[in-house]
Design a protein around this ligand. Sequence first.
Ligand code: DC
Length: 240
Amino acid sequence: MTGLVVAMDGPSGSGKSSVSRGVARALGLRYLDTGAMYRAMTWWMLREGVDLADSAAVAARCGEPGIVSGTDPDGPTIHVDGVDVAAAIRETDVTGSVSVVAAVPEVRARLVARQREIIGAGGIVVEGRDIGSVVCPEAPVKIYLTASAEARARRRTAEVAGSKVEDHQAAMAKRDTIDSTRKTDPLSMAAGAVELDTTALSLEEVIGEVLSLVKQRGSSGGASGAHEFPSGRDHIHERT
Ligand code: DC
C-alpha cells in the first residue's frame, strides 16, 4: 500500500458520509461507502425474494449479484448488475433489513474482499463499521465517529422530509444493536483509532479535525503512535 487510507467507522448518523466525502475532496482522494455495498446486496436479496431470516439462503446466493461502486467523492455511484440502485438502497425496506444481511459471514467475506480490491494501493477514504478493525487494519489514519443518539436521530430526520426524531432514534437503536452485537466483525473501535465526538461540532469543524489528524499521522505512516492533543478538547479520545 503506497497511498493514504483513511478508515472512517462509527454508528449510523454519526456523520461518516458527509465527513468522509469532505475529507476525500479536500485531499484529492477517492471515497468508498461500504454501507452502500451492504445495502446493494440487501436490495438484490429483496428483489430476488430471498428469505432474509434464512441466513443459509442468504449465504448461498450472496455470490450472485455484481456490485460495482464508483469512488468519486463528488458523485459516488452504486450499481447492481448494471442497474443504478443509488436511490433504491436508501428506501425503508432496504434500511430495515440491511443489518440482518450484513450479519451473515459469507456476505461479509465477499464484500470485504471486494472492498480490499477497491482500496488497492490506497489513496482513499473508506467509511463503514469495520474498516479500521478488519478491512484495512494497516490504515495509517483510523477515525471512530460518534455523536449522541439524539443528535444522530436529529440529523437523519433533517434528511428525510416529514419524518419524526423518535422514529429514527428507535430504528437506529435497533440497527446499532444488531451491528455491534453480531458475531462476525461487529462495529467496534479499532486499536489505534481516534474517537471523535461530533455532537457539538459543525461538519466543517469535524472535517478540520480529521484533516489535522491526517497531517499528523498520514505522513508518519504509523497507526499506533500516540499524539498530544491540546487540553480542553474533550471531543477527541484516542485508543491505543
Ligand atoms: O452506513 P450505512 O447505514 O449505509 O450501513 C448500512 C448497514 O450496513 C448497517 O446496518 C451496517 C452495515 N455495515 C456493515 O456491517 N459494515 C460496513 N463496513 C458498513 C456497513
